[in-house]
Design a protein around this ligand. Structure first.
Ligand code: ZN
Length: 391
């Protein structure tokens, strides 16, 4: 292998061979972009903002009707009902017998999807002596009683220390105690912990899936945006793409790229001046999908030995995620292309240092073997990976 790495600096050579460049039309446009002031990386403890929309399950009316015979009729009668109906697995049969909704707890909760607890709330059941709460990790699985509450007025319970990323289902039933015997009301709706949704945290808008996991690429959720801000964490070698959140001040972290910066990467705020499909860089080496940042500092793919998608410098590619460039911000080819395709000239770039990689974290680096002389994220080379069944 040629020892070209030592001379690898991401400076444009003074002489750029015209044949090695193809200047996209967009590079010559000046697109007016409203400068966006990205908030500094959050340093304060995260305080979830008020939930934008309260997920309130409709509550059936009926509380004002009093303790009528009709209400009581929904309770299990041990003398006339089949005892099997007391088993948890047969709740569907029980529910289908329901004639009144007023004695059936309806669960709501007020927890964010990422929290490792759930605060269950339900509507008070008239005539109840208390409630029993059941939990399962499968909707149709066996539910285990996790809490028994005495008193009709206690209509809230917090299940603490749940595991993040796990799914939990709950149902509640009221019971009435009379003469030492318990009779049971119908089970509530089955309530699944975790609803996918947006959460505002520290002036950033994040999306969590139904299992409480942060979604680290929301580009398909928010669709194409008219402008982005590129935040480069030089210290951690992460680029986080931000979009504006409509009329609010918040910013949406859209996706994060692993990158390789260098000691000479400047910090500050810049506006991208131009783009190049391929660019001859000092080394000599070549970069794909190059977007200027300032002067001779650019975003570009990991370097190639020649202007050929099949001539990736694998050793350099395997350094992504470390500080190894001579100033440019190297990216995976697919990520460099994303910036090239989606960020118009004059896009704001903020380069900063922080030990916090960013709200979406740092994507993992991938090591290629020496024979994989193309970038697996280069869409022009996907057929090669398909042939080898490697990506
Ligand atoms: Zn591959």
């Amino acid at each position: 292998m040629r020892k070209i790495n030592q001379g690898l600096v991401c400076l444009l050579t003074a002489f750029l061979c015209a044949a090695s460049l193809s200047l996209p039309a967009s590079a010559q446009e000046t697109v007016p972009v409203q400068p966006v002031q990205p908030s500094a990386r959050p340093t304060q403890p995260v305080q979830p903002a008020a939930r934008p929309t309260q997920p309130v399950q409709p509550v059936q009316p009926g509380g004002s009707r009093g303790n009528t015979a009709r209400d009581r009729g929904a309770f299990y009668n041990p003398r006339t009902d089949n005892p099997q109906r007391r088993s948890i697995q047969n709740t569907q049969t029980q529910a289908s017998d329901m004639t009144s909704a007023s004695d059936r707890p309806v669960i709501t909760d007020q927890t964010e999807p990422y929290e490792d607890k759930i605060i269950l709330k339900w509507k008070q059941v008239e005539g109840a002596s208390g409630y029993e709460i059941f939990r399962s990790q499968k909707e149709t699985g066996t539910y285990t009683k996790v809490k028994s509450i005495s008193g009709a007025a206690t209509v809230e319970w917090t299940d603490e220390n749940l595991k993040k990323g796990e799914t939990y289902y709950y149902k509640i039933r009221a019971y009435r105690e009379s003469g030492g015997k318990k009779t049971y009301g119908k089970f509530s709706n089955i309530y699944k912990k975790g609803k996918a949704g947006w959460v505002y945290k520290d002036n950033e808008k994040l999306y969590y899936d139904s299992q409480g996991k942060l979604v680290t690429d929301v580009s398909s959720l928010i669709g194409e945006q008219s402008s982005y801000v590129l935040m480069v964490n030089k210290q951690e070698n992460v680029v986080t793409v931000y979009a504006k959140d409509g009329g609010t001040d918040a910013l949406i972290p859209v996706k994060a790229f692993i990158c390789a910066t260098g000691e000479d990467t400047p910090t500050g705020t810049f506006y991208t001046p131009q783009k190049y499909r391929w660019l001859l860089l000092v080394g000599p080496c070549y970069g794909q999908w190059c977007t200027g940042i300032q002067g001779d500092i650019l975003f570009h793919s990991s370097p190639y030995k020649t202007q050929d998608n099949k001539d990736l410098d694998v050793a350099e590619y395997n350094k992504l995620g470390t500080t190894c460039s001579h100033g440019c911000v190297r990216l995976k080819a697919g990520d460099a292309k994303w910036i090239y395709d989606n960020c118009a000239v004059n896009t704001q770039v903020v380069i900063y240092n922080s030990s916090d990689p960013g709200p979406l974290g740092k994507p993992e680096a991938e090591q290629l073997d020496a024979s994989h002389t193309w970038d697996p994220t280069d869409p022009n080379m996907s057929s090669e990976c398909q042939k080898r069944h490697c990506h």
